[in-house]
Design a protein around this ligand. Structure first.
Ligand code: NDP
Ligand code: MG
Length: 334
């Protein structure tokens, strides 16, 4: 069955007319969604703790950020745009006590609600409107007159009027200009985690590192290995983005295309596919979610150690140097 996709004409901004929307957190998604909503004529307030750069940013954008509690008290619609791993604690202490029947509780990723870490009180519908792109793009596309496509999902038992609110919200942040796909909390959460683990973050990072190490171990220059295995990936991904696998294969040489067909399946083997299914299972049965929550409860020691180790990997050291020499790249450092 083809997915249901909504566009501008399917959404009515007047559903938000008398509503106050609290955006909790002024980070990547928060700063973008809040400004787009305001520019679309919505009544937006910010819940952001004091004393951080994001607080100052909200002030510099002419918002008057309140505490999370005060923002929730004043709102009809509450959107939690905090990092997923802190949402449950902040929700229990600062959000839930101030929710009233008729409020709508929103998020941009279903992790906490789907896995039952954030449980709405009776009379409060849950609603997901998830932009399929980072916050800075949600803002810059909107300003240009475009929009980042979004997903919409209704929580269990939510009213039809909540869907209308969700569509209006998606329109107000620019989402219906790109298209808003109807999904469920389970599908959004599980496919999102799977995509980032298997392809977008986990799969591709490990593939690039393994290929880089193979070349360097075989005596090739690290600079060559960097260009072949990491830098050029962007060119290939741009072709995917514009015209799929076929366009990439049309654009590269026949030699590259032949190597693709005959060697690719030797890299991604039946064993890899089996592992992908295992990873999906761990997402579906909540094992991954439990592991990540426990890791955070312990202060994220394994996570931080791994982050430190990978930041000093040879491909990062070489890449940092080479990117600085390519003046057209807006080289970033963390
Ligand atoms: P960010 O990490 O950018 O948000 C940080 C915000 O949360 C800041 O305002 C920060 O305040 C606040 N914050 C962090 N910890 C706490 C805390 N303990 N108590 C109170 N406030 C806190 O988050 P994102 O925008 O990346 O993610 C928000 C949601 O959007 C998540 O559910 C994510 O999955 C989803 N999403 C994110 C996308 C992305 O591209 N980033 C894409 C699609 C969905 P301070 O500055 O004071 O620390
Ligand atoms: Mg994602």
């Amino acid at each position: 069955m083809a997915a249901k996709i909504y566009y501008d004409n399917d959404a009515d901004l007047s559903c938000l007319k008398d509503k106050t929307i609290a955006i909790l957190g002024y980070g990547s998604q928060g700063h973008a969604q809040a400004q787009n909503l305001r520019d679309s004529g919505c009544n937006v307030i910010i819940g952001q703790r004091e004393g951080s750069a994001n607080y100052d940013l909200a002030v510099s954008h002419n918002f008057e950020p309140k505490s999370i509690e005060e923002a929730v008290k004043a709102a009809d619609i509450v959107n939690i745009l905090l990092p997923d791993e802190v949402q449950a604690d902040v929700y229990r202490a600062q959000v839930r006590p101030h929710l009233r029947p008729g409020n709508i509780l929103m998020c941009s990723h279903g992790f906490n609600i789907h896995f039952g870490l954030v449980e709405p009180p009776k009379g409060v519908d849950t609603l997901l409107v998830a932009p399929k792109g980072p916050g800075h793009l949600v803002r810059s596309e909107y300003v240009k007159g475009g929009g980042v496509p979004c997903l919409i999902a209704l929580g269990e038992g939510a009213a039809e009027s909540t869907r209308q609110v969700g569509l209006a919200y998606a329109k107000a942040i620019g989402g219906t200009r790109g298209g808003v796909i109807e999904t469920t909390f389970a599908e959004e959460t599980e496919t999102d985690l799977f995509g980032e683990q298997v392809v977008l973050c986990g799969g591709v990072s490990e593939l690039v590192k393994a290929a880089f190490e193979t070349l360097v171990d075989a005596g090739y220059q690290p600079e060559m290995a960097y260009f072949e295995c990491m830098h050029e990936l962007k060119l290939i991904v741009d072709l995917f983005y514009e015209g799929g696998l076929s366009y990439m294969r049309y654009s590269v040489s026949n030699t590259a295309e032949y190597g693709d067909y005959t060697r690719g399946p030797r890299v991604i083997t039946e064993q890899t596919r089996q592992e992908m299914r295992r990873i999906l299972k761990e997402i579906q049965d909540g094992q991954f979610a439990r592991e990540w929550i426990l890791e955070n409860k312990a202060g994220a020691p394994a996570f931080k150690a791994r982050r430190r180790r990978d930041r000093s990997h040879q491909i990062e050291v070489v890449g940092r140097r080479l990117r600085k020499l390519m003046s057209w790249i807006d080289a970033k450092e963390v």
